[in-house]
Design a protein around this ligand. Sequence first.
Ligand SMILES: *Cc1c(COP(=O)(O)O)cnc(C)c1O
Length: 385
Amino acid sequence: MITKVPFVDLNLQHQPIQLQLQQVIQDVLAKGDFILGQALSDFEVGFAAASGTEYGIGVASGTDAIALGLQACHIGTGDEVILPANTFVATLIGVVSAGAKPILVDCDPKTALIDLEAAAQAITPRTKAIIPVHLYGQMVSPSQLLNFAHTHKILIFEDAAQAHLAEREGYKAGSLGIAAAFSFYPSKNLGAFGDGGMVVTKDAEVAAKMRRLRNYGSSQKYLHIESGTNSRLDTLQAAVLNQKLPYLSQWNSDRLTIAKMYDRELAPLATAGIIPMQNQSGTGHIYHLYVIKIDDSCPLERQQLQTQLTAVGIQTGIHYPIPCHLQPAFTYLGYQPGDFPQSENLSKQILSLPMYPGLTNSQIKEVITAIHSNVNSTKKGDEVK
Ligand SMILES: *Cc1c(COP(=O)(O)O)cnc(C)c1O
């Protein structure tokens, strides 16, 4: 079976700029500054500025950006950190790695973002920070978040791994709190040729501590005033990212155009239980993912729809099929099925449609037509191919 509409296609991004990518890779080879080289400092400055912050510290992954970023903000042992149950598991792993106690809360079923009313219920005297996850490319409301953090006297540490250059209410993702974590995993809106991540912050002390933590705890070669780890963004990856950064806002707006087309064409299926996640931030949503919900009123089940789309060459994804609190690795946290009903419900109903810059109008129509015809012709329990 041929894939007519892949879930992502990174070649479309890279082909038009292939020559310049090859050139900068060769430049790094010629210079040999593979570790903490010039292209890395350039990218750290460029990306921090693009995100409305002061300092950028490149690390090996988004997961490390969370784990080390929290430590750089002095969030760790004895502290509670509030985060959504409905996120990629790396958010939770970052908190655990930093030594803090994760406190999970449910999400808003319309957006899949953290429910701040639920978060308010989870505040205790030990709460040190909240991690809003700007899931699918949409920021958690900055005004509500800032108000929340102010009221409860806690820090905001953003997980912006899916939100490069996202905006809402005039704020940029990464600029809201003490610090923020980004990922440059290849399929993120800004992706490297391998793993990568960054912490951004406006706080000079957090930045200095971050630089030590990623580099064996050292700020001066062979002198270690504290322990740390080895987690640096490769100069080679930074050189690639430097070339891609100028295209990012165009790529993001291409995604928005695709999302608007999906929104418009899927709207008639709302009465049949096909509900796209709500965009509450207008043009600031960067659509890392385009996610629909197949709810109980739909004549068919999520699995049926996904199988049938696959059968006609349309790839889809599920982000994410198991909420964090039900992951076997974290049963020790003591959560049970039923603790976060909205997150659990979404995990069973959501489907991510193909979304990437370069997706053609005819491919988008192909997806839309396939969904319409399946919703109209299949019933729950029908045999699927
Ligand atoms: C991708 C992602 C991460 C982890 O980033 P890696 O670079 O894969 O380690 C963390 N949080 C969220 C929400 C992500 O999507």
